[in-house]
Design a protein around this ligand. Structure first.
Ligand SMILES: O=C[C@H](O)COP(=O)(O)O
Length: 252
């Protein structure tokens, strides 16, 4: 089953997410006006943790981070202390896999010393070529070498281009394969639309992350998350999952 991660920008939107709680799996706190994986305030993470049903994990982004392992580790600890149990780090300022491993190892230690069962997500960017950070296919190796739990891709520049515009489905499939071979979850995001759900399901993605597609007018900044759009997105995910299951030979 593919998990649906939805990213509200604050407490009000998180309450809208809570209204659609049956349709989503993870509530992901971010601050879109501070970047693709912009970090929100600790008190917002705490309020959102209190506002959504206890059985829904809360994720928090630590930011589009610089190559500063100490700074990022401390920020990650802030997110987990505030109640998030998925900690996502966007390796924006890391230009080599070694730098990514340094940052993520520090994050893993900071987070797991505090809450051993929290999940750490190393996120790269599908449009890495536009910002000069590590290659998308290096991310599963970075996550595995640093002891993280998941490898993710998002887009850095939210200009209407989508995940598959930068990393086509066959390369995303390789990303998922590398993540699974290393025992990691594979999460994919980046202006994902309902029409992308077929390929995302077929390649075995574990988590799909969405914001724009479930906001009014498809506008991730000016639009608010709409419970009816979350329900429609989930319905399409479920439809794709059923079709995929039918297509898989019996016994698999
Ligand atoms: O983590 C997922 C992101 O919030 C995706 O946002 P987006 O669908 O607007 O690109």
């Amino acid at each position: 089953m593919v998990l649906l991660l939805i990213s509200p920008d604050g407490v009000e939107e998180a309450l809208d997410c809570a209204k659609s709680a049956e349709h989503l799996d993870i509530v992901d706190v971010k601050k879109p006006d501070e970047g693709s994986l912009g970090a929100n305030f600790p008190w917002v993470i705490r309020e959102i943790r209190d506002a959504v049903p206890a059985d829904k994990p809360v994720s928090a982004t630590v930011g589009d981070v610089p190559y500063k392992p100490g700074t990022v580790a401390q920020a990650a600890l802030g997110a987990v202390v505030s109640g998030a149990t998925y900690i996502k780090v966007g390796l924006y300022g890391c230009t080599t896999p070694e730098q990514g491993v340094e940052v993520m190892s520090a994050v893993v230690r900071a987070v797991k010393d505090h809450r051993p069962k929290a999940l750490v997500v190393a996120s790269g960017y599908a449009d890495a070529h536009r910002i000069g950070c590590v290659n998308p296919l290096a991310v599963p190796h970075i996550a595995a070498r640093s002891g993280a739990d998941a490898a993710m891709l998002d887009t850095a520049v939210k200009d209407g281009t989508r995940l598959f515009d930068h990393v086509p489905p066959d390369v995303c499939a390789e990303f998922v394969r590398l993540a699974h071979a290393a025992g990691l979850l594979a999460a994919l995001a980046g202006s994902v639309q309902q029409t992308d759900l077929g390929p995302l399901t077929r390649i075995g993605t574990d988590i799909v992350g969405v914001r724009g597609a479930v906001c009014a007018g498809g506008d991730r900044k000016a639009g608010r998350i709409q419970p009816r759009l979350v329900a429609a997105f989930r319905a399409e995910m479920d439809r794709q999952a059923r079709e995929h299951a039918v297509g898989v030979p019996a016994g698999k």
